[in-house]
Design a protein around this ligand. Structure first.
Ligand code: AMP
Length: 584
């Protein structure tokens, strides 16, 4: 068979729609991979996630509701007005597509015009749509999509429409796909870490799937770090008592200032420079000043380096909020002047070859040798020690200068760069916020409640969730209604608008029903008085007493535009924090 039938993929989508269980999803995906020819495995992996390429490539189809409605009108030979009316009734163009396609289909079948649509044809169609640019592209996109919808079945039309709108949302995450890939192509769950590693260094699930399906585990050896392809970033564990560091890191370690800005992974190949955010989005256009600095300060080498960009004013470092004003499409150069940044470099992942397997001290040395620290570029401030007292005074100095804390990094032989991992090789230690909850948490917004009184017409409260990494789902922790400035409250509706959804999102576990469900996407930083047990919240819920972990008196601190939902504090971390709090 040359390509998988689109209808076979749709059967799998229908099965996935019926379950919330990660294990069941994995089994269904294994079934899918088993019937998928090698040539389609990459494509199918993207489509299950509702994408047509790796995340970081950010391929846009450029289709809004109105354009898709027009495609439906062409595909079904119904007037635009009729489609718009149906849309108003259904609230979802996918359902409209299913309805009109089912009735049109009878006619097609009668005329014997229906043919078996292949996954490759659908994929090619979507690729074409994304590639149309310039004059006439608006109409070409609409017509191309109409052509595809005409050939799809009722459910096929529904899913196709949702993919076109970027709203497939089957509830499958990349981590679940990796489970299925390991099971199908390496024969065992045991190889899951190797499969995940390939994904962590390439950030491309389609590529991993394709290599695995062609050559099994051996195929993964062909995937290496490549300049231009972001590496999933290494993350830090949290520490609340400094003395505990000795249990976590053996021997010497480095203490570095923890800067409060935006993390950047900068890829330079010859003259070509790309900057990726923590969410692996290409943010090069927002930072032309950083691009210029890198060009001036790095020689001819191809490199991948990491650092934290911080806003400055009259030589003083500014807070994260100030930096976020740089997030804009227009007037970029004006804001380069208005909000200058400094970039504190702290790691080097590639210098003409991958350095991921080198210990931290080697990577840092190479960084120092390669970068000329001038104008915007500095190396992060660092001291290497084994003495807690030295760390304490280093921490105190950082806090006195208004910085948020320090990072402690292992300098041992095994201190390699662990792409995508949050473990004890890197530890963050932040200043005490004078409450029993000594650290803020980052939570994903999954719902909103309408405001009352002064806040009417706006959101009054947000329902927030932690990320359960094991299950790859979001579980609720608190409702937050304080800490917002008037400006925050005004911005929330616009910010949440693209993620509104009628039903509870597939990967959300919540006993609370908000006025408005929100797809997991937006991350906020929250500080509370303490962590408590609650029967109402689902995070880290204990099977026996059915109580989850919740935050008492949560306060909104700020928006974390630099973080994606899977970067939220995990339920596993919350458990640790709760245990610590009880022991204190
Ligand atoms: P958190 O966002 O609280 O999990 O803390 C980890 C983040 O601190 C990293 O993702 C970086 O964005 C930031 N950071 C600031 N300074 C450093 C540093 N010197 N080394 C590593 N990460 C740093």
């Amino acid at each position: 068979m040359s390509s998988l039938l689109f209808s076979d993929l749709i059967d799998v989508f229908l099965r996935l729609e019926e379950t919330r269980s990660r294990n069941e999803m994995t089994d269904i995906l294994v079934d899918l991979y088993e019937i998928t020819p090698s040539s389609d495995v990459g494509i199918v992996s993207y489509l299950v996630l509702g994408q047509i390429d790796a995340d970081y490539k950010d391929v846009k189809l450029g289709l809004g509701d109105k354009m898709v409605a027009e495609s439906l009108s062409i595909a079904s030979s119904r007037s635009k007005k009729e489609i718009q009316e149906m849309y108003r009734e259904e609230g979802d163009l996918g359902t409209v597509a299913e309805k009109v396609s089912s009735s049109t289909k009878n006619l097609n079948q009668f005329l014997d015009e229906e043919k078996d649509l292949l996954v490759q044809e659908v994929y090619q169609g979507l690729k074409d749509i994304s590639s149309f640019e310039g004059d006439g592209s608006h109409d070409r996109k609409i017509r191309r999509l109409a052509g595809l919808i005409t050939q799809a079945s009722g459910d096929g039309a529904r899913f196709l429409t949702r993919i076109a709108l970027g709203k497939l949302r089957l509830g499958v995450g990349a981590m679940t796909l990796l489970d299925a890939l390991a099971k199908t192509y390496s024969g065992s769950d045991e190889n899951r870490p190797e499969v995940e590693h390939a994904y962590n260094i390439s950030s491309d699930i389609g590529l991993v799937a394709e290599k695995l399906s062609k050559n099994g585990l051996k195929g993964l050896n062909q995937i290496d770090v490549e300049v231009g392809r972001p590496i999933r970033m290494m993350l830090a564990q949290r520490l609340e008592k400094l003395e505990d560091i000795k249990d976590k890191i053996e021997g010497r370690f480095a203490a570095e200032v923890k800067y409060d800005g935006e993390r950047m992974q900068i890829h330079k190949s010859g003259d070509n420079i790309q900057i990726f955010s923590r969410r692996l989005e290409d943010i090069t256009n927002q930072y032309p000043d950083v691009v210029r600095s890198i060009r001036r300060s790095v020689g001819s080498e191809d490199v991948i380096i990491e650092g934290e960009a911080v806003a400055t004013k009259d030589g003083e470092l500014q807070d994260f909020q100030t930096l976020m004003q740089r997030k804009r499409k227009y007037d970029v150069e004006q804001y380069v002047e208005k909000i200058p940044v400094k970039l504190f470099l702290f790691d080097m992942l590639y210098k003409n070859k991958s350095l991921l397997n080198q210990p931290f001290s080697v990577r840092r040395k190479k960084l120092q040798q390669t970068i000329q620290t001038k104008d915007k570029l500095e190396l992060s401030k660092l001291t290497t020690t084994q003495e807690i007292s030295e760390v304490e005074s280093f921490f105190q100095q950082a806090v006195d200068r208004g910085q948020e804390g320090i990072m402690l990094k292992s300098c041992g032989e095994d201190s390699v760069y662990r792409a995508g991992a949050r473990d004890w090789q890197w530890i963050k230690w932040k200043k005490d916020y004078q409450t029993s909850m000594s650290d803020t948490v980052d939570l994903t917004v999954i719902g909103g409640f309408a405001g009352k009184g002064r806040r009417s017409g706006l959101y009054g409260t947000l329902l927030c969730a932690a990320y359960n990494k094991e299950k790859d789902i979001y579980q609720t922790v608190c409702k937050v209604g304080t800490g917002f400035t008037d400006q925050d409250l005004e911005q929330l509706p616009n910010l949440l608008q693209p993620h509104k959804t009628k039903r509870k999102p597939a990967r959300v576990e919540s006993d609370i029903t908000p006025d408005q469900w929100i797809q997991p996407n937006i991350v906020v930083e929250i500080l509370g008085a303490e962590l408590t047990k609650s029967p109402v919240h689902t995070a880290a819920r204990n099977k026996k007493d059915k109580k989850g972990i919740a935050i008492r008196f949560p306060r909104y601190i700020k928006l974390r535009q630099d973080k994606g939902p899977t970067d939220s504090t995990t339920t596993q971390e919350l458990k640790q924090m709760y245990k610590k709090q009880k022991n204190n």
